[in-house]
Design a binder for this molecule. Structure first.
Ligand SMILES: [Zn+2]
Length: 83
């Protein structure tokens, strides 16, 4: 199963993060019911694969867990972007 930025994280766990052009690969811990982040460099081209789920609720929050990732936010409407 492959996930893309903006998808809802189905289960807390460690995910392998595969980037596009800069070819970097690493892992990130993501929490259930949050959204998969996008990459600061390859944006929505980044893909996520579940490596292992985590039952422990004391999971390190995603925030600032990796320099290349940023929290997903919905695209701004064209009008807002034009201002
Ligand atoms: Zn990337």
């Amino acid at each position: 199963m492959e996930y893309i930025p903006g998808d809802t994280v189905p289960v807390s766990g460690v995910y392998r993060v595969e980037h596009d052009w800069h070819r970097l690969m690493h892992e990130a811990t993501l929490l259930v019911d949050t959204r998969f982040p996008r990459c600061k460099q390859c944006k929505d081209a980044v893909r996520f694969h579940l490596v292992r789920s985590i039952q422990n609720s004391h999971v390190v929050p995603f925030r600032r867990i990796h320099v290349f990732l940023e929290e997903y936010s919905d695209p701004e409407p064209p009008l807002a972007a034009a201002i």
